[in-house]
Design a protein around this ligand. Sequence first.
Ligand SMILES: Nc1ncnc2c1ncn2[C@@H]1O[C@H](COP(=O)(O)OP(=O)(O)OP(=O)(O)O)[C@@H](O)[C@H]1O
Ligand SMILES: [Mg+2]
Length: 362
Amino acid sequence: MLDNNKVLSALYEVPDPKSGSNIIDTDRVRNLRVKDNTVYFELIVSNLDTGVRAELNFACQNAVKTIYPDADVHIHMTVDKTEATTLRPIPHIKNIVAVASGKGGVGKSTITANLARAFKSMGLRVGILDADLYGPSMPIMFGMEGQRPEIQKVMGKPKIVPLETDEGIHLMSIGFVVEPDQAVVLRGPRLSGVIKQFVNETLWPELDILVVDLPPGTGDIQLTLVQTVPVTGALLVTTPQQVAIADALKAANMFRLKNINVPMLGVIENMSWFSPAETPDRRYYIFGQGGGQKLAESVETEVLGQVPLVIEIRESGDQVVKIDANWYTEDGYFGVLAKNTLKTLERRNQELRPTQIVQVNN
Ligand SMILES: Nc1ncnc2c1ncn2[C@@H]1O[C@H](COP(=O)(O)OP(=O)(O)OP(=O)(O)O)[C@@H](O)[C@H]1O
Ligand SMILES: [Mg+2]
């Protein structure tokens, strides 16, 4: 007598040709049944090339035969367009958090890098997807310029292996693939092709959080992202300035569009004040005050943290500069930010259903 669960465990060992995860977690296997000496299941292969379909079929047969050499394995390959969209593209990444803003230069990349560091020091498994294809910042911020990711084959298809920072953050950026002065040449369809590649053709390890650094505004990259992965939630970065807020509201409204529907996790106010080294208790509100709070109210969310203007942060944007380790502890600016972000993520995951990938009607 064949055991259903044993067959399932065997199929767990078969890598998903798209994500490198396994075919059970990506939900490719449906209606698994065993009867007498026969194993039957459906295999969803809609988003795979013919060659890969054949290999996957073979891999499944082999997996079952390793535990039941004499079993009859009937695999029904299903090609159904609607099924392709219900496959989970990266099930081994628990949360995907997009860092967005209206205006450029408000500190998205700075927040992304340091939030990721704070998550990492809390013991979480963290990745960063640098989706700013026009001006990738991550290779510089982590001192990894000029490095190239390795390519690994899964079922004959080449996959990108993300690089790892000194802290152990898994990182993928266009900056690792093309020279900095060429990135800007990518447009429209090619932009979305790269985003898709960074998701579907990249071997992300199991992660608690993947932080996505976006370019400013509401362009092709934002749209491609929500069409490619289920974005768990978005963080809005703003300075306290009024113009920054008006633009941030537009960016927030894109995520809140009914057919996009990515929950707002909260607002991060950056460059909130400056305190001179000689008078650390004195705060100068260079860009005004209360802007983050106002933005949060307009989009019915909360301020998750404020980050002051600090010279070390600015320097860390241009080269690798170690920011005071205290900033990442529980009471530090980035530590608090990470803690509050996790709290709102947890609440979001309890109260709301998983985000759906946005469907495009052709
Ligand atoms: N809190 C801060 N204190 C000092 N400098 C900061 C702070 N936050 C950001 N900066 C600096 O401001 C500049 C812009 O920051 P950053 O690149 O993170 O913004 P961005 O929103 O990602 O920009 P873009 O829209 O171009 O991607 C950088 O030089 C960065 O080092
Ligand atoms: Mg940036």
